[in-house]
Design a protein around this ligand. Structure first.
Ligand code: HEC
Ligand code: HEC
Length: 308
C-alpha cells in the first residue's frame, strides 16, 4: 500500500507541478437549507437601514458576482471608494477585501452590514429586524431549531450561502482534468500567461486570491481614487499600493477592472498589468490570445441558485 502511494506520488508530482492552476472541486459539501436561508438574507433589503440595499445590490451573482458600477452605491445613495470584487469563489481567497483586512468570510460579512455607505446597520438592528419577520422565524426554526434569531446565526447562514457560490466546470478546469482540449489559440494564451509571468501572481484554485502584491511592481501606478491599501493594516511603507491579487475566475464577466475600476475592458486591463506589473508591452495578438485563455476561466453558475 505504502509502496503504491509513494509510487503514485512520484509519478503524479511532475504532472501536478506543471499546472499551477487547480480546478474548483465539483462537490463541496454544502448545508443546502442553511445556504438557502443565507440566500434569502443576501437578497433582502431588510438588512439595510433604509430598506434600499441588499448584498446582491453590489454583488450581482447572476453575472460575475461583482458590481458593474465603478464604485458601489449603498445607504442613502452613498458612494463607496472602491470597486466591489466578486463574491463568487470568494471562499477560496486566503483573505477578504482588497487589502485583506478580514481573515474569513464570517469576519468579512460584518463589514458591509455596519459600513455607513453600505447597509449602515448595527448587529442589534439587524437581529431585531430579522426577528420580527414570520418568514425568517419559520426558516431559522427549520435550519437552527430555534425561534431565537441572533446576529451570529444570521451571519452563519450568509456565509454558508457564500460557501455555495462556487463556479465549477470552467472550460479550463475540464481541460485540467483531461476531459477536453483547448483551442490552439487558448493554449497559446495560457502559454503566454505562464511565459510572461502572470502566473507568478495569478495561480492556485482562484488564479489569484492567495497573495498580496504591489500594483506597479515595475512601473509605478497612480490610482484614480484614494483607497485603503495593505499599508493601512500593516503601517508599513512598503505596502503602499499593495492589494490582494484578485481572482481571475469569471474575469470576462466582472468589468470594470482594478480596485479603482480604471479599466473598462479586459484589453485595457491587460495593457496596464503587463506594463506596470511585468514591465513589458503585449502585442495586440498576444493580448487577444491571453484574453481567449482568460475566457476559459468562466465557470458554471453556482448550483445553489437553481436549487429550490
Ligand atoms: C454598497 C455596496 C455593497 C454592499 C451592499 C455589499 N458589498 Fe460586499 N463589497 C463591496 C465592496 C466595495 C467591497 C470591497 C471593499 C474593500 O475591499 O475594501 C466588497 C467586498 C466583499 C467581499 C470580499 C471579496 C474579496 O474578494 O475580497 C465579500 C465576500 C462581500 N463583499 C460580501 C458581501 C455580503 C455578504 C454583503 C451583504 C451582507 C455585501 N458584501 C454587501 C460592496 C458591497
Ligand atoms: C506582480 C504580481 C502580478 C503580476 C505579475 C500580474 N498581476 Fe494581474 N493583478 C495583480 C494585482 C495586485 C492586481 C490588482 C491591482 C489593483 O486592482 O490595483 C491585479 C489585477 C489584474 C486584473 C484585474 C482583476 C480585477 O478583478 O479587477 C487582471 C485582468 C489581471 N490582473 C491580469 C493579469 C495578466 C494577464 C497578467 C500578465 C500579463 C498579470 N495580471 C500579471 C498582480 C499581478
Amino acid at each position: 500500500m505504502i509502496k503504491w502511494l509513494l509510487l503514485s506520488y512520484f509519478f503524479l508530482l511532475p504532472l501536478l507541478a506543471d499546472e499551477p492552476i487547480v480546478p474548483i472541486p465539483l462537490d463541496e459539501p454544502i448545508d443546502i437549507p442553511k445556504a438557502k436561508l443565507g440566500q434569502e438574507l443576501f437578497f433582502d433589503t431588510l438588512l439595510s437601514r433604509d430598506n434600499s440595499t441588499a448584498c446582491v445590490s453590489c454583488h450581482d451573482i447572476y453575472s460575475g458576482g461583482a458590481d458593474e458600477r465603478s464604485v458601489s452605491i449603498g445607504f442613502n445613495g452613498a458612494k463607496g471608494n472602491i470597486q466591489a470584487p466578486t463574491v463568487l469563489n470568494a471562499r477560496y481567497n486566503f483573505k477578504q477585501f482588497w487589502n485583506g483586512r478580514a481573515n474569513t468570510l464570517l469576519e468579512q460579512a460584518t463589514g458591509p452590514l455596519s459600513n455607513p455607505t453600505e447597509h449602515n446597520m448595527d448587529p442589534k438592528k439587524v437581529q431585531d429586524r430579522v426577528s420580527l419577520s414570520n418568514k425568517y422565524k419559520k426558516m431559522f426554526k427549520e435550519v437552527y431549531g430555534t425561534y431565537s434569531i441572533t446576529y451570529e446565526l444570521i451571519l452563519d447562514a450568509i456565509v454558508e450561502f457564500e460557501n455555495a457560490l462556487t463556479t465549477p466546470n470552467a472550460k479550463f478546469d475540464k481541460y485540467l482534468r483531461g476531459e477536453i482540449k483547448l483551442t490552439h489559440e487558448e493554449q497559446e494564451g495560457y502559454k503566454l500567461f505562464k511565459q510572461y509571468g502572470c502566473i507568478t501572481c495569478h495561480n492556485g484554485i482562484n488564479v489569484g486570491g492567495n497573495s498580496f502584491q504591489k500594483m506597479g511592481t515595475f512601473v509605478a501606478y497612480n490610482a484614480s481614487t484614494t483607497f485603503p491599501d495593505r499599508s493601512e493594516i500593516t503601517h508599513n511603507m512598503e505596502d503602499i499600493n499593495v492589494f490582494k491579487v484578485p481572482t481571475l475566475r469569471n474575469i470576462a464577466k466582472t468589468a470594470p477592472y482594478f480596485h479603482d475600476a480604471s479599466a473598462r475592458t479586459l484589453k485595457e486591463a491587460l495593457s496596464v498589468m503587463s506594463k506596470h506589473n511585468l514591465g513589458i508591452e503585449l502585442s495586440n495578438q498576444e493580448s487577444d490570445k491571453i484574453i481567449l485563455f482568460l475566457e476559459t476561466l468562466s465557470g458554471e453558475a453556482p448550483k445553489i441558485l437553481d436549487t429550490f
